[in-house]
Design a protein around this ligand. Structure first.
Ligand SMILES: [Zn+2]
Length: 371
């Protein structure tokens, strides 16, 4: 079966994160078993059954020399995109939801393992297929927590136009709820404004954003941790002193920095506020604290992929499963066909050349590290 046929079958299985990924896992399990791999499922339930699939080989299923890792879920698609689940070829490109992010990589990985002569293997490869990457790397986190396998090297599929990515920033998210006391706006002394309090805190956060720029990491653009207050909501009417104001705070820490540093600074800022406003009332709901990852530029996986792709390894400022693979003991590199800028939109596509090239790269990688 060609990589294009495989991709077509993968795209035909709707695996938007809001549904169970059991159908695509069923397909992947069948393909892995047919290639001579033994599979294990690691499931959880978020209202739908979500499955991570680990396909391994050899006597000891608790170790892999090289893992190829792909997430099975996709972002939702516009119902007006009638060909979203029908892989469509045009001008050397293959269109369909997930074609780029990240079913193209999965199709290439399945094709690569079909190319490998299992009798030649000296060290075991593995395939890892995860759930819920698009909604917070949930499947990979679940798997990392269970720690079912130690992995020496891993290639994590994401659209990077086949550039090896050896470092990624982390991701942290909190909702900050600032409370005040409602009153008629004609009598401000009777209340205290949650909006004014939140504004003071946001202003301090702008200062924190400046402070954290002093710690830099050359591999990134921009080379420091970034902060964003993306949403703010407060108050109920123009003539009511606001009783509550909420805002989101997101930050992307460089991998050398503790992801909770910004949170620690925010707590310190709240303490400062309390000195001049004793009733300052604020709650922080911290929902994400994903670490970044960094694999040494001297890692054999990095140098192998740089040589094979003729591209220098880089970094990304968005979250990937590289950090979870590092928790499994792995030196991780993110790489895949297609461009991230063509993902997550109607008309998502992967270039056919990239797809074929990815099969070659992954086949060579298995050959190099496992034979
Ligand atoms: Zn992805």
């Amino acid at each position: 079966m060609t990589v294009q046929q495989t991709l077509s079958e993968l795209v035909a299985i709707d695996s938007v994160s809001s549904r169970s990924n059991s159908r695509i896992i069923e397909y992947l399990q069948h393909r892995c078993e047919r290639a001579g791999f033994a599979v294990k499922r690691f499931s959880y339930n978020d209202g739908n059954e979500k499955i991570n699939l680990l396909a391994s080989i050899g006597d000891d299923h608790s170790y892999a020399e090289l893992a190829l890792v792909g997430h099975t879920d996709t972002v939702p698609y516009d119902p007006n995109w009638i060909e979203a689940t029908t892989l469509t070829e045009k001008d050397g490109k293959l269109f369909g939801r997930g074609a780029c992010d990240t079913k193209g990589f999965i199709a290439a990985a399945l094709t690569a393992i079909d190319n490998v002569d299992l009798d030649r293997l000296k060290r075991p490869p593995a395939l890892i297929f995860t759930a819920d990457e698009e909604i917070g790397l949930l499947g990979a986190k679940y798997l990392a927590e269970l720690n079912p396998i130690r992995v020496r090297y891993s290639i994590v599929g994401e659209p990077t136009s086949l550039q090896p990515i050896r470092a990624g920033k982390g991701y942290a998210l909190a909702e900050v709820i600032v409370r005040g006391r409602e009153a008629h706006s004609a009598y401000p002394a009777l209340g205290s404004s949650a909006v004014f309090r939140a504004a003071r805190l946001v202003s301090r956060l702008e200062g924190i954003a400046q402070e954290v720029q002093s710690e830099t990491h050359d591999g990134f653009d921009p080379p420091f941790t970034t902060l964003n207050v993306g949403v703010i909501n407060g108050g109920t009417a123009k003539n009511v002193i606001a009783g509550e104001c909420r805002f989101t705070l997101e930050w992307r820490p460089i991998p050398t920095q503790n992801p909770t540093l910004v949170l620690d600074r925010l707590h310190a800022a709240i303490e400062e506020e309390k000195k001049s406003d004793r009733d300052f009332d604020c709650e922080i709901d911290f929902s994400r604290k994903d670490s970044g990852f960094e694999t040494s530029s001297e890692s054999p996986l990095v140098t192998f992929l740089e040589d094979t792709t003729k591209k220098k390894a880089g970094s990304v400022a968005f979250g990937t499963e590289g950090a979870q693979m590092a928790r499994l003991g792995s030196e991780a590199v993110v790489l895949g066909p297609g461009d991230i800028r063509h993902a997550h939109r109607t008309g998502e596509f992967v270039p056919i050349d990239d797809l074929n090239r990815c099969v070659e790269i992954l086949t060579k990688a298995v050959d190099h590290f496992c034979c």
